[in-house]
Ligand binder design. Structure first.
Ligand code: NDP
Length: 431
């Protein structure tokens, strides 16, 4: 590490920029740009949010339209750098909306925490001791975080299991006693509150089991916060140039069957679903690493990585789509309350509860998947991507202002749509 960067975290913002320049990581012009830029998330805030802050990383945020969920219309903020995603989600939602929109059900919303104990001398007795003390553990967890109880939430139940690690040539397989704490975290995702509760009950668990505490931590595998969203599409809204609605419906079901049978396809299928899910999760200031980890784990629950959505034909002839995913989303906590763009996103959505927000996010994932499958089994994905891709290439080639549309239009006519061609068109334009 360059010595000028030592103790970077202790430096003022001006000193950080000076150090960056001295170290050669940035040139003087770039440092001046950082010095003079106006940030929507001010640097005082960034400095408090993360370590060694230097600037913001911006993502464009756009709006997904036509989302009709349980009879309520939503305009959905989506933060994403990839072209076509928002257009596709809106298109999918529009067709689904013509057939009555998305339906959801109530879902339970409990978050899970784990206390792991190793080297338990008498496992059967230890489990019996925990089983006999479940109520006290719940009480102790609630006493460790009383404010969530006042809000109507709190610890609900405790479970205990043993977990056996596989032995290999370097390790004996260790056995762990694991206590699972289930908590209603109300409007919060609950990472910090659960961790506080777990630390509150860990000494009791250690004493009851006579083992050694390994760790106390939230589990992001939010299997007690599963969200279900469905849609039923009348095939007459599916038909397009030269394709009947029934044919497209059947091909969408085949595309789903293909993804169920082949993980190579399932991963890409789910990538498309995550385009929508991540974009809304990010826009609303939620922890998208946590949701992604949980969702992908859930996709493997049968032992083979599976598509997150299911599609089939109902007796009525409608195309039925369904998504079931774990979603631990929040409307408070973390940076949601003070991040200006996250606040804007919640306002645009009409300040939904955490439960309704989860329905919206799952609906966007389903709409995204529907639009992608429909495109794939008809004209192919590239057709719809072309014009937006052309604009991205035009910007990458250096086009600005009116030049962007001009270069993009020329690119779509060109025999090869790539960066070289975009640069060539721009060069000719500037001559
Ligand atoms: P916070 O620590 O911010 O806790 C939630 C806050 O919201 C509390 O201060 C609570 O107040 C307040 N609050 C206000 N109204 C409500 C309400 N109606 N319901 C619930 N809480 C309310 O956030 P979380 O505990 O949710 O933790 C989320 C953060 O933790 C995220 O930033 C995440 O990235 C991060 N994180 C994630 C981890 C993981 O996923 N494994 C690990 C560690 C951190 P009060 O205290 O008065 O009840």
């Amino acid at each position: 590490m360059d010595h000028t960067l030592r103790h970077f975290y202790k430096k003022s913002y001006a000193e950080k920029l000076e150090a960056l320049e001295l170290s050669g990581l940035l040139d003087p012009k770039q440092c001046d740009q950082l010095r003079n830029q106006t940030l929507d998330l001010p640097h005082e805030m960034g400095t408090h949010m993360i370590e060694n802050f230097i600037t913001n990383y911006s993502l464009p945020m756009g709006l997904g339209f036509h989302f009709l969920i349980d009879g309520q219309a939503y305009t959905v903020p989506m933060a994403i750098e990839e072209p076509s995603v928002i257009a596709a989600a809106s298109f999918g939602a529009k067709i689904i909306g013509q057939s009555g929109g998305f339906q959801t059900g109530d879902h339970s919303r409990l978050m899970i925490g784990q206390v792991a104990i190793e080297n338990v001398p008498h496992m059967t007795e230890a489990i019996r001791a925990i089983e006999a003390t479940k109520d006290e553990l719940v009480e102790q967890a609630n006493a460790s975080y009383p404010s969530i109880v006042k809000r109507g939430g709190g610890a609900r139940k405790v479970e205990v299991r043993t977990v056996q690690a596989d032995a290999d040539h370097t390790h004996d397989g260790a056995e762990f006693l694991v206590v699972y704490l289930y908590v209603d975290t109300c409007e919060a995702m609950g990472a910090n509150m659960i961790n506080t509760m777990l630390e509150g009950i860990a000494p009791m668990i250690q004493e009851l089991t006579q083992g050694n505490l390994l760790m106390s931590i939230l589990s992001n595998y939010a299997t007690e916060a599963l969200v279900h969203v469905t849609c039923a599409i009348d095939p007459r809204y599916l038909k397009t140039n030269g394709w009947s609605g029934q044919k497209i419906r059947n091909r969408i079901v085949s595309a789903w069957q293909f993804a169920s049978a082949d993980p190579y396809r399932a991963v890409t299928h789910n990538k498309g679903v995550m385009n929508g899910i991540d974009a809304v999760t990010i826009a609303t200031g939620n922890d998208w690493r946590a949701t992604s980890a949980a969702i992908h784990a859930y996709a493997t629950r049968s032992g083979q990585y599976q598509p997150l959505t299911q599609w089939h034909v109902a007796d009525s002839g409608e195309l039925i789509g369904k998504i079931t995913i774990p979603l631990a989303l929040a409307t408070v906590g973390g940076s949601i309350g003070f991040h200006p763009t996250a606040q804007l996103a919640h306002q645009i959505l009409g300040y939904p509860t955490a439960q309704v927000l989860a329905h919206i996010v799952a609906a966007v994932g389903l709409a995204q998947n529907f639009a992608a499958l429909r495109a794939l089994v008809t004209e192919g994905i590239q057709e719809g991507h072309m014009s937006l891709q052309a604009r991205s290439l035009a910007i990458s080639a250096g086009a600005t202002g009116d030049q962007i549309q001009y270069v993009a239009d020329q690119l779509t006519q060109a025999p090869k749509m790539n960066l070289d061609t975009a640069k060539h068109i721009l060069k000719n334009l500037n001559q």
